[in-house]
Design a protein around this ligand. Structure first.
Ligand code: ADP
Ligand code: MG
Length: 243
């Protein structure tokens, strides 16, 4: 990954972003979660989204990853050619391309793929089409390194993570995202279910990613964790437009 020529240019920019949810079970009432939200994120900085539960923090990450469609506004993400693309206007194919090369996302919950072994779930991003050519064996070796670093016992590697504990699933999710570094990293409470040793490992992983020039937008429930990784905090208030 070469980040030199994108230094100081934002990796992610959200301009006047708004999101309303239509609540179909409630006679299509609209719930406004974001209104005129603005954010700019540079390579090498870790910005914390903070604020009370329900303020729309996870929604911001899901919008940036293209899981949710914005109601209005722009979400500009820098692609690997260095151009800013608007996620709100992007085709499904472009969204997949950005996810593969530009955006990694650690969601709060692992989306378990039935019957696929933990080690293969972690290795999979390295084997996606369009990734550097690497053999399945090499991808598994790399996955094994991340599983080891995150203290997943080897006895679990060949098992599907459906029955894993919350903390184990969270570490599979982290391994799967960190195995393929991308210049924008979205983290939704990445240490929420982890014990102190694994929390420290994840802090180290985040700081290393940041120092390599990765732009990180994160939600951290734990102030002590945030203090160790964050450069700047954006406090989300109802319809805050001056961020
Ligand atoms: N898919 C959805 N459909 C309807 N409402 C949603 C959806 N996702 C989130 N919300 C609502 O948006 C608000 C913000 O949610 P969220 O972004 O998860 O908050 P936070 O992460 O700050 O706790 C909440 O009131 C939540 O119920
Ligand atoms: Mg949340």
């Amino acid at each position: 990954m070469t980040l030199q020529n994108t230094e100081k240019k934002p990796m992610l920019q959200m301009n006047n972003l708004s999101k309303q949810f239509k609540l179909h079970l409630q006679h299509s009432t609209e719930l406004t979660v974001l209104q005129d939200f603005n954010l700019s994120l540079n390579p090498g900085e870790c910005v914390r989204l903070s604020g009370p539960s329900g303020m729309g923090k996870s929604t911001v990450l899901k919008l940036a990853y293209g899981n949710y469609r914005a109601s209005s506004g722009e979400i500009l993400v820098r692609n690997k050619e260095g151009q800013l693309l608007d996620m709100t206007q992007a085709s499904a194919r472009t969204v997949l391309h950005l996810r593969s090369h530009s955006i990694a996302y650690v969601s709060q919950f692992l989306r378990v793929i039935p019957r696929v072994a933990a080690i293969d779930i972690v290795a999979e991003p390295l084997l996606e089409s369009g990734s550097a050519s690497i053999s399945p064996e090499q991808a598994r070796e790399e996955a094994a390194r991340w599983l080891t670093r995150l203290r997943i016992p080897e006895s679990l590697w060949q098992l599907p993570p459906a029955t894993f504990s919350g903390g184990e699933q969270q570490r599979i999710n982290l391994a799967r995202s960190f195995i393929k570094p991308r210049p924008l990293l979205l983290l939704d409470e990445p240490t929420a279910s982890l014990d102190p040793s694994n929390t420290q490992t994840v802090i180290d992983m985040i700081v290393q990613a940041r120092n390599k020039g990765i732009a990180i937008l994160g939600i951290f429930h734990d102030d002590a964790v945030a203090q160790k990784v964050v450069n700047r905090t954006v406090v989300m208030r109802p319809f805050n437009s001056n961020l």
